[in-house]
Design a binder for this molecule. Sequence first.
Ligand code: PRP
Ligand code: GUN
Length: 175
Amino acid sequence: MAEHIKVLVSEEEVDKRIRELGELISKDYAGKDVHMICVLKGGVFFMCELAKRITVPVSMDFMSVSSYGDDTKSSGVVRIAKDLDEPLEGKDVLIVEDIIDSGRTLSYLMKVLQERKPASMRLCTLLDKPDRRVKMVDVDYTGFNIPDEFVVGYGLDYAQKYRNLPFIGVVEGVE
Ligand SMILES: O=P(O)(O)OC[C@H]1O[C@H](OP(=O)(O)OP(=O)(O)O)[C@H](O)[C@@H]1O
Ligand SMILES: Nc1nc2[nH]cnc2c(=O)[nH]1
């Protein structure tokens, strides 16, 4: 059966929400610089679009994490596959993610990054699946709360495909 993508959040809705988040973040960080951290790979599309809508000075850094296999599912411990280039000390850090699901990745990552002594640290996610939460995570900015469905697009993949879709969709017809 061929895969079909059902639209969950349209391109227009995503674009509008990112503009709103950009305005909100710009107000909250008035008079400060924001140091945006993108968690690769999924966060990259959202990061770029959001950064364009922020009007305070922005710097960016990127990191990549990978799981330790099945153990990660229960422990949430992740391996830093690519670390940040810059130190975080004294910076107002905004972590940018595509999705928070169980919360395990971000609760672990935020603990690790907090040890680097940023002046502040906030979390912005395009999508949140609150029903799936296992580990508590403080989310400061959310694009959309979505139901417990496997979504693709806007950075999110299914077997590395569909990251480039300009909307959020659900894959149907997977056997
Ligand atoms: O809340 P959790 O259950 O921990 O899940 C969220 C994590 O899963 C996704 O990354 P993924 O492992 O799909 O990597 P990718 O962005 O490189 O595709 C997402 O970008 C988060 O990092
Ligand atoms: N592509 C994708 N990755 C995820 N990681 C955690 N939840 C999801 C999801 O719904 N879709």
